[in-house]
Design a protein around this ligand. Structure first.
Ligand code: FPP
Length: 248
């Protein structure tokens, strides 16, 4: 047994993905409508994006709206869309100043036209930013993403552009919304549930999972740094033995 400071195994994660859960319960606990929780959640989004940029994360992916979330009451869906639009409008200048590029994962065609228009504008105006990529998963589902990739690959095989005998993991990765990005090293879920909820099913194969009871509006800079600290101490083995990884 070793005594003293715990050993740091990893550098700061290149890619952190977050399932931002618990807004509704946070609001209900305060006897306020669910949208009050989502509004408070936007403040956490701002703080986490800023912190991720500060500590040198390359890619931050936030699960803002799933394909399944379309089934929520119309009032909540339209409230979330309004929040999203105003967040993008108010953050554009800050993103450019902080060199943050916006990228969208998901089926943008299902989003209301006014939200799509703002998304297009922010994506275009931040396209040359290189400090960090902020992926917003909007109308996103991991299975749907994989179906899209399989369809595209099948089409290319049929047209003779690809040979199905040589299809490998790289071709699948290259046809996902995250093409060209590193896979998430750390996946955080707030709000106390222990599941993936159709998030980054392919990409998260080797992500370290971090679950916390803290609800998203209470997940701020310090809670994020705690999650990063936990990650630094994890030993990632990628199927190898501990001895192989440490070389001892
Ligand atoms: C899950 O909490 C959260 C959502 C479905 C939406 C997340 C949205 C935000 C944080 C605000 C808008 C986002 C951006 C990027 C500006 P829940 O409603 O399922 O909470 P519950 O499990 O307590 O009901």
């Amino acid at each position: 047994m070793s005594v003293g400071a715990p050993e740091q195994h990893n550098p700061v994660p290149r890619h952190v993905a977050i399932i931002m859960d618990g807004n509704g319960r946070w609001a209900e606990q305060r006897h306020r409508p669910r949208l009050f929780g989502h509004k408070a959640g936007v403040d956490s989004v701002r703080e986490i994006v800023e912190t991720a940029r500060e500590i040198g994360i390359e890619v931050l992916t936030l699960y803002a709206f799933s394909t399944e979330n379309w089934g929520r009451p119309t009032f909540e869906v339209s409230g979330l869309m309004t929040l999203l639009k105003s967040y993008l409008q108010s953050e554009l200048r800050t993103m450019v100043r902080n060199d943050v590029r916006l990228h969208c994962l998901g089926d943008q065609d299902r989003l209301p036209e006014d939200v799509r228009a703002v998304l297009r504008q922010v994506i275009a105006e931040t396209s040359s930013c290189r400090g960090m990529t902020l992926n917003l998963a909007l109308s996103y589902g991991g299975r749907c993403e994989l179906v899209g990739a399989v369809r595209e690959l099948a089409r290319k095989c049929q047209q003779g552009l690809l040979d199905w005998n040589t299809l490998a993991e790289a071709e699948i990765s290259g046809h996902l919304f995250t093409a060209g990005q590193p896979d998430p090293d750390l996946l955080i879920r707030t709000g106390g549930e222990h599941r993936l909820s159709n998030f980054l099913l392919w990409q998260a194969s080797y992500a370290e999972l971090y679950f916390t009871e803290i609800r998203w509006p209470d997940f701020r800079k310090q809670q994020f740094l705690d999650a990063i600290q936990t990650f630094l101490l994890r030993q990632r083995r990628f199927g190898q033995t501990g001895a192989q990884v440490t070389g001892e």
